[in-house]
Ligand binder design. Structure first.
Ligand code: DGL
Length: 262
């Protein structure tokens, strides 16, 4: 493997940048290709069949083009539905993103935790399984939010998120039975940590948010330990599956060295 081989991050949109940030902190010399499936965005309102058909095929094309040393599916929706199929289809290591229910259960004192993800993620049997294995003595509430995904995309393009809209999404958890006792919320969509400040501003005092980003970054660092990185500051690439006006506006705000269409 050449030491210029990048790490490829994949998401439907900009959410995976919440995984890139902690990875970049651990691996400052790693060249990154960030791929956003803008033509398929959003994933959260799609069916399992659509995601299962789309994601392995797209990643196959991306791996062929960019020859990464490692693929990171920086998307809970795609990971909880398509991770085994992607692993079977690719001949590079693949790291997935799964809802951080285990760390949330370790933190919770009230034993009531919330899983805030996309509609597709929160209905996955994978989430039932994580809850049963790691939070068996907790009440696990779930809420699927498409609005927070849209708000995070807009924020990164330069808009100011509406606090009322963010509060309404949190109310989707707090208004449920036992919701008043929630003390930890899992950000089970990679877009949501991008709204960390906005979520904290409308959350009750003492509520904690957890997400998988830091754990995934540690896993990437572990899997690439001992590998060489190119000298100098890496020139990261941003790839869209559809490169229209909205994507160009986002790209201008995100400042990657190169922007390409798949
Ligand atoms: N960022 C994605 C996730 O972690 C999906 C957002 C979407 O496209 O709905 O689930």
């Amino acid at each position: 493997m050449s030491d210029t081989a990048p790490i490829l991050f994949f998401d439907s949109g900009v959410g995976g940048l919440s995984v890139v940030a902690p990875t970049r902190a651990l691996l400052p010399g790693a060249p990154i290709v960030y791929a956003a499936d803008s033509a398929g965005f959003p994933y959260g309102t799609r069916s399992e069949a659509e995601i299962a058909a789309r994601v392995p095929a797209l990643l196959g094309r991306l791996v062929e083009r960019y020859r990464p040393r490692l693929v990171v599916i920086a998307c809970n929706t795609a990971s909880t539905i398509a991770l085994p199929a992607v692993r079977a289809a690719l001949d590079v290591p693949v790291v997935g993103t799964v809802p951080a229910i285990k760390p949330a259960a370790l933190l919770s004192r009230t034993r009531v935790i919330g899983v805030l993800g996309t509609e597709a993620t929160v209905r996955q049997p994978y989430v039932d399984d994580l809850a049963a294995r790691f939070a068996g003595d907790c009440i696990v509430l779930r809420h699927g939010s498409a609005a927070l995904v849209t708000l995070a995309e807009a924020k990164l393009a330069g808009d100011v998120p509406d606090a009322g809209a963010v509060r309404r999404e949190l109310d989707g958890l707090f208004s449920q039975e036992h919701g008043a006792r929630l003390d930890v919320i899992v950000n089970a969509c990679t877009h949501f940590p991008l709204l960390e400040a906005e979520l904290a501003a409308v959350a009750p005092p003492g509520l904690r948010f957890v997400d998988g980003g830091p754990g995934i970054a540690r896993r990437i660092a572990f899997l690439t330990e001992g590998q060489e990185w190119p000298a100098g500051v890496p020139r990261d690439v941003l790839v869209f599956t559809r490169l229209g006006e909205a994507e160009r506006r986002l790209a201008a705000a995100l400042r990657f060295a190169r922007v390409e269409a798949l």
